[in-house]
Design a protein around this ligand. Structure first.
Ligand SMILES: Nc1nc2c(c(=O)[nH]1)N[C@H]1C(S)=C(S)[C@@H](COP(=O)(O)O)O[C@H]1N2
Ligand SMILES: [Mo]
Length: 318
């Protein structure tokens, strides 16, 4: 089942900032390229990635919301993954996600919204400002990474759909197709994977939908073709391979709340003071580092997001 070419894996083992900058020089303009997922003329993909991963994305602008911290290596970001649709261990998604077909793709929008419908991926991406957002990411399991996402604010897309005044929450669903996602043949979770945000969280400028990373189209294992990224929350909020967006009056129940309600709450805000029932959240291991770091409240984004939770008891609303 191992489909990766070992030579390719070796060549991308280390994030070489020089190589990264050189490659970024090729980034020009045409988000159509992202949609088509085709290689730019004369610029072959250097890595064997599932789906369209590895194809350059063009027209990416830097963002003031990026951290200045050093990004985790491309290799670690794309070979140490949680994506239970392809198995529960960290290596499976990179090895087994070739069966996912991220093109053509569409997203169904429904619920408390003025413009429900089934939107082609091209339509979803059209006109969205593609930005590089270098974010700290923290998994509930105690590891963290710095990921240079390529994406756009979710708020712009939501505004386009015009939620009604009754919409208080947004729910997201991953594709359900056990042929493409063989992990769905086992009941490790209730499928499809479901996540949700309160409307003000979804509209927050830090909340993005990602379609790429490291200047390239998102590899399948990272949630192609479109996944959620909410950097002040535990990684499981960042639902992958989204096919449905529902606007709701009531708080949705996420897959993790269904599977272990006393362990995973709706908010899932990174909080070193609130332990997981089975382990502390006070420290984290940044992938690629040896010594543990202290975990920061809201994953270091408190200044931007703490106001969203004013007056809430974060030990109850975990
Ligand atoms: N559909 C789906 N989305 C998912 C998951 C999953 O198993 N299935 N795992 C989550 C968890 S626990 C984490 S930490 C992140 C990992 O994202 P990455 O592999 O791109 O780093 O994806 C999240 N999104
Ligand atoms: Mo996670």
């Amino acid at each position: 089942m191992i489909k990766k070419n070992s030579a390719n894996i070796q060549s991308s083992e280390i994030t070489d900032p020089q190589i990264y900058r050189e490659r970024r020089r090729f980034i020009r303009n045409a988000s159509a390229l992202l949609v088509a997922g085709m290689a730019a003329a004369g610029l072959p993909s250097r890595r064997a990635q599932a789906g369209y991963g590895g194809q350059p994305v063009t027209g990416i602008k830097p963002s003031p919301f990026s951290t200045g911290e050093t990004p985790t290596s491309y290799k670690d970001i794309t070979s140490y993954n949680n994506f239970y649709e392809f198995g529960t261990d960290k290596k499976s998604p990179a090895l087994l996600s070739d069966s996912l077909k991220p093109r053509p793709w569409s997203v169904t929008v429904e619920g408390e919204v003025s413009h429900p419908g089934n939107y082609a991926l091209e339509d979803i991406l059209k006109g969205q400002p593609m930005e590089e957002r270098i974010y700290r990411m923290r998994c509930v399991e105690g590891w963290s990474m710095v990921i240079p996402w390529v994406g756009f604010p979710l708020s712009g897309l939501i505004k386009r759909f015009e939620p009604t005044s009754r919409a208080k929450y947004v729910e997201f669903q991953t594709l359900f197709d056990p042929d493409q996602m063989p992990g769905q043949k086992r009941d490790v979770l209730e499928w499809p994977y479901i996540e949700g945000l309160r409307m003000d969280e979804a509209m927050h400028p830090l909340t993005i939908l990602a379609a790429g990373l490291y200047g390239e189209v998102l590899p399948n294992q990272n949630g192609a073709p479109l996944r959620l990224v909410v950097p002040w929350k535990y990684g499981f909020k960042g639902i992958k391979s989204i096919v449905k967006i529902r606007f709701l009056e009531r708080q949705p129940r996420s897959s993790w709340m269904r599977s272990a309600p006393h362990e995973y709450g709706f908010y899932a805000n990174v909080n070193p003071q609130v332990s997981h029932p089975r382990w502390s959240q006070r420290r984290e291991r940044r992938i690629g580092e040896f010594r543990k770091r202290k975990t920061l409240l809201f994953n270091g984004y408190a200044e931007q997001v703490a106001h969203l939770y004013q007056g809430m008891d974060l030990t109850k609303n975990f």
